[in-house]
Design a protein around this ligand. Structure first.
Ligand code: BGP
Length: 479
């Protein structure tokens, strides 16, 4: 659809950038913090790229003032970060650690002092290890109460300072990688357990939102979903049906529950036939329906392209590209539902992620049509090898191109009628990639460290820093 003119970005548009506690903070056991499942998981040899962990990360815990000063220099309107549950409740559900909460209070005050809107993510994967040990974390309904208590503590403490909140970051990723593929903690490969844990996470999400309504009636809250819109591989109706299957199975399974409080019928039946559907207890549906979000957070990196898959299809377990050597894509899928193919119309990053700016527009439109909710893009960015040259120069023109093309599609989506409230790039500074070490960089700020050497953790502005500053200063007018 070509428009005669594009609409301008709204005046109060939240031009932002994002991070997550485990990936930037470091200070893993400081000032009373308890261990998280990631502190535990990264210590098991073979789990992460070159054994990297977040013990020090980019030491934001001690550099937060410097980092916020850089955000202010850039003119950032919003900064999305996550709170580490085990800093607040070191053992998950026992005594409050005042020092932990004070760290975030200082960070929030620093942001507000520079007129940067804080967007707080309540859960970005770093579950207190104590809850994993006590009752199996997301596999026990006890977590619904414990997560609620943790959230309510933060709502009450920060309700006058923080307007935008994100509940769970990428539930579809941490549940699938944690309980189906064993690539994230707790390292399980059991689809029945996955669907049960996922259902409990849905209930925890809804309960936290319902509590929020009572405590922060004028605030805005929603989950952030890793949305990869599904495309058919060809115009063969079998492929089109496979893409429908993928859209419902990989996306609707979460989005319908968040927005409507109900699972999609087709996938429910599919799972039920196989004994995989989750246990619905009395009151569950009412709780899910009571916890509808104000906006949907969308983390967008790529689309997926799907072809028909017969019931006797066999897939090798996919080897993932964690070292940045292009060309490791392998077909994967679910026999009888879909198989994922390379989309040969698209370029990829060095980590084989397909680059598809138009896919962002398509995704935002699907959400708008199906759920009629405002959207905030809570993550989008390019992981790349950056080179620190002499005189503190990093020429990341490829990142500028990537973000520019995605912002152009945002503007088109707004013109299409999407109610978009903000855009957070991933990420502000370079940080630890969960499974890819430090060499897969996303930031506007280079942080001088690598997998084996913490070096001086110096912050260096990349070329993209000045570019994004201009984008913000012109409210998207000058891309
Ligand atoms: C999202 C996560 C982020 C971030 C990003 C980039 O799924 O929410 O925390 O890591 O992906 O992914 P990666 O680090 O694997 O390149």
């Amino acid at each position: 659809m070509d428009h005669k003119h594009n609409d301008a970005f709204p005046n109060n548009f939240l031009w932002g950038s994002a991070s997550a506690a485990y990936q930037i903070e470091g200070g893993w056991n400081e000032e009373g913090k308890g261990p998280s499942v990631w502190d535990h998981f990264t210590r098991i040899p073979g789990n992460t790229f070159k054994g990297t962990n977040g013990d020090v990360a980019v030491d934001h815990y001690h550099h937060y003032k410097e980092d916020v000063a850089l955000m202010a220099e850039m003119g950032l309107k919003a900064y999305r970060f996550s709170i580490a549950w085990s800093r607040i409740f070191p053992d998950g559900n026992g005594a409050l650690n005042e020092q932990g909460i004070q760290f975030y209070e200082r960070l929030i005050d620093e942001l507000l002092g520079h007129e940067i809107e804080p967007i707080v993510t309540l859960y970005h994967w770093d579950l207190p290890q104590a809850l994993q040990d006590q009752y199996g974390g997301w596999e026990s309904r006890q977590i619904i109460e414990d997560f609620n208590r943790y959230c309510v503590t933060l709502f009450e403490r920060f309700k006058d300072k923080v307007k935008y909140w994100v509940t769970l970051n990428e539930q579809n990723v941490f549940i699938r990688l944690g309980y189906e593929e064993a690539k994230h903690p707790p390292g399980v490969t059991d689809r029945k357990r996955m669907y049960e844990a996922n259902h409990i996470a849905n209930l925890a999400n809804a309960k936290a939102i319902a509590s929020f309504r009572e405590i922060v009636p004028d605030g805005k809250i929603g989950p952030s979903f890793a949305y990869g819109p599904a495309y058919p591989y060809s115009n063969d109706p079998g492929d089109v049906l496979a893409a429908e299957n993928a859209e419902e199975y990989l996306n609707g399974w979460w989005l319908d529950v968040y927005c409507d409080g109900e699972y999609p019928k087709t996938i429910w039946k599919y799972l039920e036939q196989r004994g995989l559907s989750p246990t619905l207890e009395e009151g569950d549906t009412a709780l899910l329906k009571s916890g509808k979000p104000d906006f949907l957070g969308v983390n967008y990196y790529q689309t997926g392209t799907f072809a028909e898959s017969p019931l006797n299809d066999v897939f090798q377990s996919s080897k993932e590209n964690h070292d940045g050597k292009k060309g490791q894509f392998k077909e994967s899928g679910i026999a009888g539902l879909f198989k994922r193919k390379r989309n040969n119309t698209l370029e990829t990053t060095d980590w084989d992620w397909e680059i598809d700016p138009i896919g962002l527009r398509i995704g935002l439109r699907r959400i708008t049509s199906r759920y009629r909710l405002p959207v905030m893009v809570t993550e989008n960015g390019l992981g790349a090898f950056d080179k620190l040259e002499k005189n503190n120069v990093v020429q990341d023109d490829y990142r500028i191109d990537y973000i520019r093309q995605h912002i152009e599609q945002l503007q088109a989506a707004i013109t299409d009628g999407v109610d978009l409230i903000g855009y957070c790039t991933w990420s502000f500074t370079d940080l630890l990639s969960w499974l890819n070490g430090y060499q897969k960089r996303y930031g506007f700020i280079y942080v001088d460290r690598d997998e084996t050497d913490e070096k001086d953790l110096r912050r260096v502005k990349k070329k993209s820093f000045d570019w994004y500053r201009t984008v913000i200063a012109t409210n998207g007018g000058n891309l």
